[in-house]
Design a binder for this molecule. Structure first.
Ligand SMILES: Cc1cc2nc3c(=O)[nH]c(=O)nc-3n(C[C@H](O)[C@H](O)[C@H](O)COP(=O)(O)OP(=O)(O)OC[C@H]3O[C@@H](n4cnc5c(N)ncnc54)[C@H](O)[C@@H]3O)c2cc1C
Length: 378
């Protein structure tokens, strides 16, 4: 195990695992966790030192996510503690020192929390159709509209918000990104949403009524929001793929341990051929998914070309593996697997979002099909 993996495992066992059931019940993680994670350098992994990060590459970022789950954490915990992974990359990519000093550095230092708000009540998959408007008025934009399903939105200090700066019907070319301070008059968290899983990760419905945002908070050029969102989706999707594989692996490990320990009809479950073959299938599916996902991540980290379709295949493959394994793990645990607060039960519920968030399984298939068919037409 390398130094980073060891650090993450020790942090997870000490600072996360004992508190996770309480945070699941509370519906959020405390700000003190962000401070503690920043202190040991975890929040800054994979972010350049020039913006307050600790350096490292995509593989380091993915290692952090994998090890948290393997050490007893969860994908919900990662969603809550590392929301900056989706809220900040666009801001960092602009190189805008004012925005970086104001939003990136304090967040990587564990002092502030940021969210990314793209999805609206009318739809999430069709990003180019979003309706929240931002009208230019002097040195400000005036924002009106609503967002929903926003991770960490209840606790956020700022929200990187996708808005329509173009006229109605302007499609993807009319979308921009604006950083909105949550203390701005007219900004409201209208609801904290209750969910099937990811209980420790707060999820918000947001309302914007005549919210004035300095034009200097525009991220990149006006009209570039859609392209920025799509560009940074790759990192989010690979992270979700890694989390899905890690969840499967953790559930396999928990199941093996359980099958050695649990006796029925005078013998451990692990002695039954049907059980052994089920475990073998869980392992095969997990390992094959993991090899593809990490192979692709390594290519991307090395700067080799990786297509959107390949990333979509990685996400769908990992999600399918995870869905299969969490279901089998609950079954092998019997009634114990159905009890609230048993780890496999939490993973079973948490896993269900993987095929929805960051682009649904169907949207991933659309991306794959488009690349296939466009190539055929060419
Ligand atoms: C817990 C949680 C956290 C989230 N966090 C965030 C966040 O931080 N920020 C954010 O912006 N969003 C977030 N989301 C939103 C998430 O990205 C969306 O839910 C997702 O993109 C799907 O959008 P939708 O829910 O509007 O479904 P819809 O787009 O309405 O889709 C509904 C169904 O129709 C299918 N479908 C849609 N279009 C097509 C098509 N063309 N062909 C075939 N099938 C199609 C979809 O696959 C899906 O099965 C979060 C969601 C959840 C549940």
């Amino acid at each position: 195990m390398n130094e980073l993996s060891d650090l993450v495992r020790r942090f997870t066992v000490r600072e996360i695992v004992p508190h996770l059931p309480g945070w699941e019940r509370a519906g959020e993680v405390p700000r003190s966790l962000h401070a503690a994670a920043a202190k040991v350098g975890l929040l800054g992994v994979g972010w350049p030192e020039e913006v307050g990060g600790g350096g490292g590459d995509l593989l380091d970022t993915l290692t952090v996510a994998e090890e948290i789950i393997l050490a007893g954490g969860s994908s919900g915990l990662i969603a809550a503690l590392f929301t900056h992974g989706i809220a900040l990359p666009h801001v960092v990519a602009t190189g805008d020192s004012r925005l970086i000093d104001r939003y990136v550095r304090p967040t990587l230092a564990g002092e502030t929390i940021g969210s990314l708000a793209v999805t609206e009540p009318d739809g999430g998959s069709d990003v180019a159709g979003l309706r929240t408007t931002a009208r230019r008025d002097g040195d400000d934009y005036v924002v009106n509209g609503g967002k929903t399903f926003i991770t960490s939105g209840v606790r956020a200090d700022f929200v990187t918000t996708a808005v329509r700066t173009g006229p109605p019907g302007s499609g993807y070319g009319g979308v921009s990104l604006l950083v909105v301070d949550t203390t701005s008059p007219g900004f409201t968290v209208t609801r904290s949403l209750e969910k099937m899983g990811w209980h420790c990760s707060d999820t918000a419905e947001l309302s914007f009524v005549d919210v004035r945002v300095p034009a200097a908070n525009l991220v990149g050029p006006e009209g570039s929001g859609f392209v920025q969102i799509m560009r940074h989706f790759a990192g989010e999707r690979l992270s979700m793929a890694v989390q899905a594989c890690a969840t499967a692996r953790r559930c396999l490990e928990l199941s093996i341990e359980w099958c050695h320990r649990r006796h029925t009809f005078g013998a451990p479950l692990a002695h039954r051929q049907v059980v052994r073959h089920r475990l073998a299938e869980m392992a095969r599916i997990t390992e094959v998914a993991r090899a593809y996902v990490w192979g692709l991540a390594a290519k991307r980290a090395a700067g080799q070309p990786v297509t959107r379709a390949q990333v979509a295949m990685a996400k769908n493959t990992a999600v399918a593996a995870c869905d299969h394994v969490v279901d089998a793990a609950v079954q092998l645990h019997g009634g114990a697997g159905y009890l609230r607060d048993s780890e496999v039960e939490r993973h079973y519920r948490d896993a269900r979002i993987m095929g929805i968030g960051g682009g649904t399984t169907e949207i991933m298939n659309e991306i794959i099909a488009k690349e296939l068919l466009d190539a055929g037409a060419g």
